[in-house]
Every structure is written in C-alpha cells, then in structure tokens.
Write a protein that binds this ligand. Structure first.
Ligand code: ADP
Ligand code: ZN
Length: 787
C-alpha cells in the first residue's frame, strides 16, 4: 500500500508516513490534513512511496486541503536543492515556498455579502415597516428597485448590517455570499504600449533568448550585459511575449518591487490587452491579496509574475523564462534564514524546470560575469597538464597586465570592449549590448575632488563646479537628479568638546537626526530618542550636527536655488503610499526641476530630460567594511550616471569625492566595466574571495557579550578539529557593528573552493554541537552582509 511522506507544519521539522486512504489520489506537493498524536495537523506531501516493510501502525491521512498540489514538482526539487546547499531544514524552506496566507487554511477566497429583496413582499408588511423601522424600509425599497441582482451590503450605507439582518430574519430579503477577486492595482489604468522595433543589438540579444526558449533540455543561463539605456527592458518585454506565445509562463524578478514602479508599469502597459495575465507580488499585499494572487498563479490564470526575490517561488505551471533584472543587486539576498540568493535560485530553478534564465545588468556581479567569461574545466586532466598550465587553470582566468593601466588613464569616448565568450566552454553565455537604444553617447563623467573645496564651517555638500552646472541647466530648463545615499537631516550629533557621538541605546551605531520628527533615529533598529540640548557626556551645549543627509541637503538646495521646483525621494518621504509613483510622474511631466534622493532613484528610471546628475558623496559606500564595497560603489555610480542624457540632449555627471583616485570611481568615470572587473577579480583571487572561493559567515548573537563570544570560540575550535583539505577558517571577531537590537554580535568567516564541502563541514560540526538557549547562531552561505 503506498504511503505519503508528509512534512508537518510547525517549528520542528517533523516528517511522517501516512497511509493513503483508498480512492484518494495523492501526489507530492499536495497539502493534507493528518492526525498527529491526539490532535489534527496540516502538512505538505514530500513524496509518495511504497514503504519497504509493512507498517501496521501507519495511520491514514485525513483529507486533502486543496484538490490540486500546491507545490509544483519543480519547486519541490528546488526546495531539496536549497536544503542541501544552504544546510537549512526543509521545513524552513517550505515556509518561504508557501506564503503564510496560503498555508493558513482559513484564508479562503474573499467573498462579499449580497442582499437581494425577496420576490413577493406583502404590501402590508411594507407599510408596517415604514412606520416602525424606517431604515429597514428604505433599505428594502432600494433593493426592490435594483431587482434580482441585489446589492453588496457594504454599499447600503453605514450601519446597514443590523437592519439587513433584521430584514433577513423576517424573510424579506436573502443574503448570498459571492466570491470576488481582490485587485491590488484595481484603481489604475494602463495605456497600451506598442512594441518597439528592436535595434540590431537588441535583435541579436532577443534571438539568442528565443533560440534558448526553443531548446529542448538543458541550456546555459544567459548574462545580458547591456549598458544603462541600452534597452534591456524592451528585450525583456519581447522575450516575455515570445515565451507566452510558446505557451510558457514567465517570472520577472526585480530588486525591490516598490522602488521600481516604472518597470512594473512597462510590463502592465505592454500586456494591457489582457490585464489578468500579469500578477505583481508587492510586499505590501494584504494576506488576502497574496492568497488570491498565489492561487491565480497556481491555476495558470496569471502567466507573468513580477516580484522581488521571493517571486522565484511562484508556483507557475509551464515555466519557460525567468528574467532577473539588475542581477547584481544585493537585495536579491534574503536577510532572514534561509538566507537564499534570489538570483542564484533563478539559475537553479530554470535548470530544474527546463526554463531559460536571463540575468540582466549594466554592471553584472563579479560572480556572474566570471561565470560568463571563464572557460570551464576541461574533462581530461591529462590534456590540461600538457598545455600552458596558467592559461588553462580555470581558477586563473583573468590575465592581469598592462591593460589595467591603460584603462585607468584613457579618456577616450567611453566604449566598452566586447569580449565574445566562447559558447561551448563557459558556464553562462554572455550577451552584450554596448549602445544606448536611442543612439546617444554615455554621459560625460567628471570627478570633483572635494579636498580642494574651500572649507568654511565643515565640508560643503555642493561643490562650486556642481553648483555652477546646476545654475546653467536650470536656466536652460533641463532637469537634474542629485544623489546622496543617506537619508535624514544630518549624520550624527557630535560634541566638539569631548568628541562624544550620540549612539543608539540598542545598537553600536550613531543615530541620525531627523528634522521633520525632531528626533534622533537609529537607521538599524528604528529606535527614536529625543535630541539632547547639551552633550549627554560633558554637558557642553556646543554639541552639533555633523555630516549631511538628504533632508538637510533639501534645506540647503531650497536656499541656494529658491526658484527651482524640488522634490526629495528617500525612505522617509516614500513611506506614505503613492508618494514615489506620484513624484516620479511629476518629474516625468517636468513639473519638478531637481529630484534629490537616495539609492531608490539610482536604478531603472528613464527620464529623457535629465541632462545633469550629481553624486553628492561617492565615498559613503566605499567605506563599508566589506570586500564588495568597491563593486557596490562602481555599480552604484554607473547606475546613477546612467540616469543622465537619455533623450536628445547630452548628459553630464558630477561625482563628488574625497578619494578621487579610488579605482571604483575611476573605472566608473570611464564607463569601463571590464577594466573594473579585471582588477576586481585579481583582488578577489589574491584574497580568496568569491568567485574563487565560497564563503560562509557564522554569527553568534546574544544579550550577553561573553556568551556570544564564548559560543563562537567553541564553534571555531570544533570546526578546526578535523577540517577537510583546503578549508580556511577565520578567527572569531566582533562584527563591525558590535551590537544591534541589544544583541552583541561576533562573527567568523569560512572559505573553501567547493561550496558543498563548506556547507557539509559546517553542518557536520554544528549538528553535534548544542547551542546555548540565550545565543542565536546564524549561518550565512554566500554572505553579502558583513556589518
Ligand atoms: P535599460 O533597461 O537597458 O536601461 P530601457 O529599456 O529603459 O534601457 O531603454 C532606454 C530607453 O530607450 C527607453 O526610453 C526605451 O523606451 C527606449 N527604447 C528601448 N528600445 C528601443 C527601440 N528599439 N527603439 C526606440 N526606443 C527604444
Ligand atoms: Zn538601534
């Protein structure tokens, strides 16, 4: 008799076999009700099998929660892969796979109560009502007027529920429950957006994607490296159309759905003839909306799913294409366990589902680019030996040389050099687009050395050159984008006498002054405190604000450019619903001259009248204690610069910095992605970082500093006892942010060339090591956050 192996919902990973009752068809992915000891429980069927021995005590499962399996076969395989790769219990992964709203059975479809007047109403009863219960009478008259269709109770006016109930009890009306679809974008209209004729580069990219879509069996992930404005989105849109035409469905991953309204809008507009087709998985969806969207997707009604990283778990049948826009973005890495990487899962899921995956970016991640340019290991090791070993060693794919220097110093018109990847020998296939879709040149980038600016009263935030350029552009009626990656009014409150800086009471980082709230706010945990009038340490009233945030820059700009129409977009201003969309709309309509913002204005925005972009402080991201700081700075600067000169007019970019010679800044200045990657790969190889090594970050957190430290030391000792060959085990150290949310933090970095060896060793050691109850241990495979 076949049995169903069921993963029980709940905090512990319980897996039990249950007998399948006769007449019930159960397949993997089905949600089921089962008895567990003396109580009912729910779970997900992992597999259906014939138990080797007859198990007499096998209890039968009770029933199916949903007639269709909720988790597709491909997703089950993905969950399995994740469990192995990230060393995470399957149950935790199932939690990510099935949204809470879907797992909770009670979140059924949304229904409304429709009131319908009874057919034959005794006129006498009506007359009686008019006297005794005028409200009931008027409701009934309305319902009689609308006839057999009736009306939603909610539309009968405030406080109608009571009278309606009374009428129902008298038999004068009936109430029907009607299922309705919640539509998160219900109030929006999308104008159709006709297909553009692709230019030759776009056509070539599109053809490669279509070819891949038509391929049977395994195919290579495609890395679409297209400069900003090269028309990647148009290629995505037409590739989506092609996949749909072939009867396939599509997942579109965006770094942050609420921050990319333009891209979402372009998809909605393009497929506006059939709005049902597109499902957008916002993080702001209510449980009910999430439930509806999920089931719409599962039933194959929505065939294009747009969302942030978790949309990779969309239960689409017939998945044919996965598009990952801005694939380099770190927001694809999930912060909470399981700390998966959405882009990496896209590659794995595409492989498991036999789909095509396109990773797109103007600044691909070093990891992805490496996969697209590095020859794979040849199967015959003997052959390798006979050839020039350095040339063939896959670990040494990049040949550092004089090129770097040339690239640093060249100031020719910015053109990327195309390197055709040799198709059969790399892991990914590289597809490049080097031209802007509108034929414009990339903007001219100027570096402003802030060390040369006159110093009166602290470092100025607007250099004279930038200010001058702004004056000119404003006079010409052009639009300007200013970028500063720090919100708030000022950076910190510091005492000039004793040097004390106000810190968060729960985290070891300076708090930021927010003028609008008149509060000091911690950007890590959100804790708010009042602004002290004197230094809390030495009582000196001279304590003052240092550094700049967007809020303060806004104030300065209003003084310097009193006539300019100015808008600010950052985490504080977009908290109110629709502010982002509205502001971007107004900017597009040229009702705003200067748009000031944080990284949310860095990507994906397309405004043809922006001819000047100013980066107010390029050094903020460079100073992060993280081996990817250079990569992040380079890509941020490139993305921001890419907002300029998208229309008929040429664009100009000013980057203000105190470290003008930093390679990330210089390569960005020359739009030189390859130069950047080459030197970055050299650095990564030398210091044993990805893509040459896989890394895992183990962190302990506790209210008691010593407990966190001691636990990590114990883990370190055990890890070091009998490590596999090639394992590199760092020393336990306090995190750069030593305390956050009242928890002291220690961390330890492990590396190995093989990710599986790394995870396996960690798992083997940790499974035998009890972690004290007052210590939290976090394992982060392929860590992106070292703060
Ligand atoms: P990317 O996503 O690569 O930054 P976009 O897709 O935003 O680039 O394209 C930049 C601009 O060029 C957009 O305004 C877009 O409408 C336009 N565009 C893209 N492809 C074409 C094309 N084939 N013909 C004309 N305009 C195009
Ligand atoms: Zn805090």
């Amino acid at each position: 008799m076949p049995a169903a192996q069921v993963l029980i919902d709940g905090p512990s990973e319980l897996v039990f076999d249950y007998a399948i009752p006769e007449g019930l068809t159960v397949v993997p992915g089905h949600r089921v009700r089962v008895p567990l000891r003396n109580r009912p429980a729910s779970g997900t069927v992992l597999r259906v099998h014939e138990p080797e021995e007859m198990q007499f005590d096998l209890r039968p499962l009770e029933s199916l929660i949903d007639p269709d399996p909720l988790v597709t076969a491909g997703l089950l395989k993905l969950a399995d892969w994740m469990a192995g790769y990230y060393g995470t219990p399957l149950e935790h992964i199932m939690r990510s796979l099935l949204p809470e709203a879907v797992r909770q059975e009670n979140h059924s479809e949304k229904t409304i109560k429709q009131a319908i007047a009874s057919d034959s109403i005794d006129p006498e009863a009506l007359a009686k009502l008019q006297k005794r219960a005028p409200r009931q009478h008027s409701i009934l008259s309305i319902l009689q007027a609308v006839g057999a269709e009736g009306m939603p109770v909610t539309q009968l006016g405030e406080g109608a529920a009571g009278p309606v109930k009374a009428l129902a009890e008298k038999g004068l009306l009936t109430i029907k429950e009607i299922a309705i679809q919640r539509d998160p974008d219900g109030d929006e209209v999308f104008l159709p957006d006709p297909e553009k004729t692709l230019n030759p580069e776009q056509s070539a990219a599109y053809d490669i994607i279509r070819e891949s879509l038509e391929t049977e069996g395994p195919r290579k992930p495609l890395l679409l490296h297209g400069i900003t404005g090269s028309g990647k989105t148009e290629v995505y849109l037409q590739a989506t159309r092609a996949a749909l035409a072939a009867g396939k469905s599509v997942i579109v991953l965006l770094p942050e759905i609420s921050l990319t309204p333009q891209t979402v809008q372009r998809f909605k507009s393009r497929f506006s003839e059939e709005p049902e087709l597109v499902a957008v998985l916002h993080s702001t969806l209510t449980q009910g909306e999430r439930f509806d969207e999920w089931h719409r997707i599962r039933k194959g009604k929505a065939r294009v799913v747009i969302g942030a990283r978790s949309a990779i778990f969309a239960p689409l049948p017939d998945l044919g294409l996965i598009l990952v826009d801005e694939e380099h973005e770190t927001t694809y890495k999930q912060e909470n366990p399981p700390k998966y990487h959405g882009r990496d899962l896209a590659v794995v899921r595409a492989h498991l589902d036999g789909a095509t995956v396109v990773l797109g970016s103007a600044t691909p991640s070093v990891e992805s680019y490496y996969n697209a340019i590095t020859p794979l290991k040849k199967p015959n090791p003997q052959k390798l030996k006979n050839q020039n070993s350095e040339e063939q060693n896959p670990i040494h794919p990049i040949h550092p040389g004089p090129k770097d220097k040339e690239l640093c110093e060249t100031s020719e018109s910015p053109r990327l050099r195309v390197e055709k990847s040799e198709e059969p020998s790399t892991k990914y296939q590289l597809v490049t687009m080097n031209q802007r879709a509108d034929g414009q040149a990339l903007p001219l980038v100027r570096i402003v050395d802030m060390r040369n600016e006159p110093k009166k009263g602290g470092p100025p935030i607007l250099s004279q050159r930038l200010r001058h350029a702004m004056d000119q552009k404003l006079a010409a009626g052009d639009q300007i984008i200013l970028f500063l990656n720090r919100r708030g009014f000022a950076r910190s409150l510091t005492c000039p006498t004793c040097g004390h800086t106000c810190e968060c009471a729960h985290c070891s980082i300076p708090v930021t002054y927010h003028r609008a709230e008149e509060r000091l706010i911690c950007h890590l945990c959100g804790y708010q405190s009042i602004v002290p009038r004197t230094c809390p340490k030495c009582q000196d009233p001279a304590i003052r604000l240092q550094g700049y945030g967007t809020e303060k820059v806004e104030e300065i700009l209003r003084k310097v450019f009193p006539k300019a129409r100015l808008a600010r977009l950052d985490g504080d201003t977009v908290r109110k619903k629709h502010v982002l969309k509205r502001t971007l709309g107004e900017f597009k309509a040229r009702k705003i001259d200067i748009l000031l913002g944080t990284q949310m204005i860095a990507k994906g925005l397309d405004f043809p009248n922006v001819t000047l972009v100013g980066v107010l402080n390029a050094d903020l991201s460079l100073n992060a204690p993280d081996f990817r700081a250079g990569e992040r700075t380079f890509s941020l600067l490139t993305q921001v610069a890419g907002r300029a000169g998208r229309g008929e007019m040429e664009g100009e970019v000013f980057i203000q910095t105190f470290v003008p010679h930093s390679p990330s800044i210089q390569f960005a200045r020359h739009h030189d992605f390859q130069g950047f990657v080459e030197q970055e790969l050299e650095f990564r190889e030398k210091y044993h970082f990805p893509p040459f090594y896989s890394i895992a970050l183990l962190s302990t957190r506790s209210r008691h500093e010593k407990r966190a430290e001691f636990t990590l030391q114990t883990i370190h000792r055990r890890l070091s006892e009998d490590p596999p060959a090639g394992m590199e085990i760092g020393l336990p150290n306090p995190n750069p942010i030593t305390r956050a949310h009242d928890l002291h933090r220690f961390q330890l970095l492990l590396r190995h060339r093989n990710p599986r060896t790394l995870t396996k060793h960690i798992h083997t050691v940790l499974s035998k090591l009890p972690i004290p109850e007052d210590v939290i241990l976090v394992t982060d495979i392929d860590a992106h956050d070292f703060s």
